[in-house]
Design a protein around this ligand. Sequence first.
Ligand SMILES: *[C@@H]1O[C@H](CO)[C@@H](O)[C@H](O)[C@H]1NC(C)=O
Ligand SMILES: *[C@@H]1O[C@H](CO)[C@@H](O)[C@H](O)[C@H]1NC(C)=O
Ligand SMILES: *[C@@H]1O[C@H](CO)[C@@H](O)[C@H](O)[C@H]1NC(C)=O
Ligand SMILES: *[C@@H]1O[C@H](CO)[C@@H](O)[C@H](O)[C@H]1NC(C)=O
Ligand SMILES: *[C@@H]1O[C@H](CO)[C@@H](O)[C@H](O)[C@H]1NC(C)=O
Ligand SMILES: *[C@@H]1O[C@H](CO)[C@@H](O)[C@H](O)[C@H]1NC(C)=O
Length: 351
Amino acid sequence: MLVFKAYLIVSALALHVQAIALVPRATALPPEAITVRRFPDGTALENLAVRKDGTILMTSLYTREIFYVDPQNPTNVYSIAIFPPGDTFTSIAEHGDDMFYVVSTSFQPVNHTPTSADTEKVWRFDMSQYSGSGNTSLPLTLVSNVTRGGFLDGLTSINGTGYLLVTDAEQSLIWRINTVTGAYDVSLNSSALAPIGTGAVLPNGTVGTNGVVYRAPYAFFSNTHKKTYGRYVVDSVGRAVEGSLEILGNDTVIDDLQPVHGNGLGAYLTAPIVNQIVYASGTGQTTPVAGVGGPTSVRWGRTKQDRNTLYISSTGDNTAYAGVSDPAAVLDVGRSLSKIELGSSWDDWRV
Ligand SMILES: *[C@@H]1O[C@H](CO)[C@@H](O)[C@H](O)[C@H]1NC(C)=O
Ligand SMILES: *[C@@H]1O[C@H](CO)[C@@H](O)[C@H](O)[C@H]1NC(C)=O
Ligand SMILES: *[C@@H]1O[C@H](CO)[C@@H](O)[C@H](O)[C@H]1NC(C)=O
Ligand SMILES: *[C@@H]1O[C@H](CO)[C@@H](O)[C@H](O)[C@H]1NC(C)=O
Ligand SMILES: *[C@@H]1O[C@H](CO)[C@@H](O)[C@H](O)[C@H]1NC(C)=O
Ligand SMILES: *[C@@H]1O[C@H](CO)[C@@H](O)[C@H](O)[C@H]1NC(C)=O
């Protein structure tokens, strides 16, 4: 364990040196990832959504539930929605005031392989029904039964429309979901979204397009095993505008991503193999920001106090996910909600 800590310090220093070399304007050292709330061993936090009031909802793969945490006061974690065995939640996003949507898939903890059909769905629940304390089981309303779906993974709201986008990690597709009628069809069908590899989903398997985040007028997406992220222009009914697809980065195995504030090409990437949050400029440079074991998702805070804070969900000790053989190597900041507070000297990294 002591040897392990020493290794961490050395690699943290190495990261700082590299960051300074690549980004001369960043005079201060990049901030570290700080654990906000640690979860029990074996927890696989998959995705997170930040509410307007700053509280955070997280999906948990193996326990098939949604956790509620207030990052300003993380003593209590509440379980607010749960699925019966068989299905689990992957991603979560707000669409409409305090209305949250989640995608469900099947996911076997042992080999990370999706099970049979009739599991790929989109659900809704109403957070205004929740008091803010105590465990509960909020009612989930089925919105769309995506029977042609392979492995629904990422989810985002096309703010201002009735549509959601959902990545299909097993097919070369991003679906658009009509939240009013439940109808679904293709937003983007492109080889840029295709999975590569064979066998189980993780660590080297068939995950193609994974994360998706809408930042008007673009949908930013990651493709895990192509090591790419990119974006395309989405029209007012959730369809890809022909010819608008751009690949912005191609050298990091990425789970999820968070575009910078504003209109830039840059994004923060969760990089599971190297257990880091990586900043990608969108023009070819990548810079490691901070180490997090098994990072799965990253989102900006939404209050005045934390709008330049990145919140990160992680699987921590899930070595299959992290792609490493030594469990200790992913334990330091992992299986947790953690955060990175970007300081003022990192201004140019936000836009
Ligand atoms: C509420 O849920 C959390 C998270 O699963 C759990 O740790 C806690 O023990 C639960 N509390 C009660 C009173 O059941
Ligand atoms: C989803 O659609 C399939 C195929 O039509 C059907 O068998 C299944 O019962 C539907 N599930 C739900 C929950 O409506
Ligand atoms: C949707 O966009 C409007 C206008 O930009 C903004 O006020 C609102 O907060 C956005 N909602 C969400 C959930 O992002
Ligand atoms: C996606 O495009 C491929 C190749 O053009 C086509 O074979 C496939 O049917 C399309 N998928 C959907 C769901 O439209
Ligand atoms: C995954 O791929 C890496 C790099 O190619 C390889 O070293 C590792 O053995 C593979 N793991 C499995 C379980 O196939
Ligand atoms: C990867 O990105 C770099 C920098 O943008 C570019 O020069 C290179 O052609 C790209 N490679 C592939 C295979 O797309």
